[in-house]
Design a binder for this molecule. Sequence first.
Ligand code: OXD
Length: 305
Amino acid sequence: MSVLVISPGRDPEAWVQELKNQHPGMQIFAYPEEHNKEDIEYAIAWKHPRGIFKNYPNLKVIASMGAGVDHITSDPEIPKNVTITRIIDDQLTLDMSAFVLALVMNHLRNLSFHHNHKSWEPTNYLKIEDQNIGVMGVGVLGSAVVKTLTNVGFKVSGWATQPKPQSDVTIFGKDQLDEFLGQTTIVVCLLPLTQQTENILNKELFKKLPKGAYIINVARGQHLVEHDLLEMVDTGHLSGASLDVFRKEPLPEEHPFWQHPKISITPHIASVTDPKKVVPQLVENYIRMTEGKPVKNIVKREKGY
Ligand code: OXD
């Protein structure tokens, strides 16, 4: 029984080392290292080559290296009997909340303006109490972002496909998107990427926001229709955007977002998995699998998250 770490484009070494440290008996292969496909029961994956897992007849679990699982669920050839798991980690959650808060504050207080323009003149700034932040997607990360922003004093609401009756803030349901957007001055996208949410940040949605609204996307590049954003910022309907994720990463040098004065770019750094922190939960699930117990943090395949 062996483990395959498969992450083309991301160095697997730190993961393999940490797995060995934390579970010395584990037999681990780092793709594309030579291995017997029939021995692999557990795979730890990030952006695996499409279709590859159908060649692993005894594979039981594919564990995502991150919080997102769209890189796995978007592969139609993942065998139906294979369980997919995701990472849920306090550090990832804290990092995401702090990052979104930083982007919001940068937007409100023009933090880079004075340095960039060598200007000592204080600028007018947007007030916390005038903002209604709308968080799209209130799963583990989204709920933490809602809490952090609420604690700072923002009015916050959420939008979710599942109703959340016990929440302290208003969580609008799937059919209340227009109402949610109509009162939102800053949109934070933290949705999982599914067929239903792909391209959701588009012109039709932007038009439903009040004039001057701001967009923050820390989910996936495929949520955003890029030319719709450019158009709506250029016409002045949107005041700008902070983007951490892109359809193509790294964002190509010639991409118009780089030069746009109202669009801020970060290189997919909102919350990055630390192998040291998350390997214990991968090892725990591996042991549970070998003992025939249910693994934790299972993805609902029919939902895609
Ligand atoms: C993740 C990511 O899904 O880094 O964890 O985007």
